[in-house]
Design a protein around this ligand. Structure first.
Ligand SMILES: Nc1ncnc2c1ncn2[C@@H]1O[C@H](COP(=O)(O)OP(=O)(O)OP(=O)(O)O)[C@@H](O)[C@H]1O
Ligand SMILES: [Mg+2]
Length: 388
């Protein structure tokens, strides 16, 4: 593993230390016929309106109409084809992170209680692997990744538990629950001794995937837990009965590094850090890394960073590609080869209260999360994350 140690910002952001950007892939220029050439160099035929059209194409003036952008469906279909190429292409393909895209194997069957053959998913205790989705920056795709990675893992036959550990309750709402109509939430499980795991867990609407829901009540727990014995281990305690029932448990954290997030990190085997592909993505990441290191040192020695996920990526902009390069410089091989592209289908599927894998099953977004699920399973089953 390399590159996990430099989290202090954008290495080589400016000045001579900046490494070369990977060459941009630009479409070849349209071939110019000899006839065209002679017309351009013909001084008598020069015409001012034609010159404006050539020199100021972005202003949209002049007689030459700007080429219409391709329809969104066409772009998404092309992206889906590109994603498929990443999986099967025999030759080396440079992926969206600027690195050669490896072949990501199809996940095998699982061998945990409830399953009978194949490999274990990599939980340190031999049961479920617990993964926290963590970044104190808001709106980076933590909840979207929890829902859609979970649904994709369930499609691959894993028994998945999603834990809504954010008082905003976005994960619960994103799966169609009404925050005001919950009998019990994770708050009751945390704070009331007579409430048990089975009283609170609900089906998610996706086969093989359950949910521990949350609502604004959880914000009180952050205050009340301060006075508890072993306050950082509260979530670990309530998840203990679930470890033998599930293959993967995904915890959706709130955008803060407070006690709830420390609880999530203490209960987890791994962390996935979603990072939006925009210029300030790495701001605050040093603090996140310090928090993860402190929890590992003082509370949870098995904790590892399973991966850093670039979200809301737009491969058509130089900006997105530059940010992705900075992520790889800072986090090295921790950066997943899979990136999640920006598409409105994610917001649409949230409104519909279901994962994109069922709302728009053949979309590029769904394909990306399925690929992420394969990459996560490949990493945790080979122990790659543990070596970082
Ligand atoms: N790849 C994407 N393309 C476009 N929109 C996206 C993408 N991923 C997430 N979104 C949208 O961005 C918004 C924020 O996403 P999300 O709620 O997953 O972030 P979050 O990190 O969980 O936020 P918070 O920190 O508030 O919990 C949502 O409206 C979601 O639909
Ligand atoms: Mg969220």
């Amino acid at each position: 593993m390399s590159g996990g140690g430099n989290f202090s910002g954008f290495p080589g952001q400016s000045g001579s230390g900046a490494p070369e950007m990977p060459p941009l892939v630009r479409p070849p220029a349209a071939p110019t016929s000899p006839g065209d050439e002679s017309r351009v160099s013909e001084p008598v035929a020069f015409d001012r309106s034609a010159r404006e059209a050539v020199e100021e194409p972005t202003l949209g003036r002049g007689p030459v109409e700007a080429e219409a952008p391709p329809a969104r469906e066409t772009v998404e279909a092309q992206e889906a084809v590109r994603d498929a190429l990443f999986e099967t292409g025999p030759e080396v393909v440079i992926g969206p992170t600027g690195r050669p895209m490896p072949h990501i194997p199809e996940p095998g069957p699982v061998d945990t209680p409830g399953h009978t053959s194949g490999h274990k998913p990599g939980g340190a205790n031999g049961g479920a692997r617990v993964i926290a989705m963590c970044n104190q920056k808001g709106g980076v795709g933590k909840t979207t990744t929890t829902i859609n990675l979970g649904a994709s893992l369930a499609e691959y036959g894993r028994k998945v538990l999603l834990v809504d550990f954010d008082p905003q309750g976005s994960l619960s709402v994103g799966l169609g629950l009404n925050p005001h109509e919950m009998d019990y939430t994770i708050y009751n499980l945390l704070m009331e001794r007579d409430v048990e795991f089975d009283d609170v867990v609900v089906p998610s609407g996706i086969e093989g995937m359950d949910l521990l829901p949350s609502n604004i009540d959880l914000s009180a727990a952050e205050v009340q837990l301060v006075h508890e014995v072993a306050r950082e281990q509260s979530l670990q305690r309530i998840l203990a009965p679930a470890l033998s029932q599930y293959d993967v448990i995904l915890i959706d954290c709130q955008p803060s590094l407070g006690l709830l997030t420390v609880n999530a990190l203490t209960a987890s085997d791994g962390v996935i850090v979603p990072l939006e592909c925009e210029y300030f993505a790495l701001r605050g990441v040093a603090l996140l890394k310090t928090t993860i290191d402190k929890v590992k040192e003082r509370l949870n020695p098995k904790l590892e960073i399973d991966g850093v996920l670039g979200t809301m990526f737009d491969g058509r902009t130089l900006h997105s590609r530059e940010v992705m390069e900075r992520l790889v410089q800072a986090w090295g091989d921790k950066v997943f080869h899979t990136v999640i592209r920006r598409t409105v289908k994610f917001s649409d599927s949230t409104v519909a209260g279901e994962p994109i894998t069922s709302y728009a099953s053949s979309s590029a977004g769904a394909a990306s999360y399925r690929q992420l699920a394969k990459e996560v399973l490949a990493r945790v089953s080979t122990g790659e994350s543990a070596r970082g």
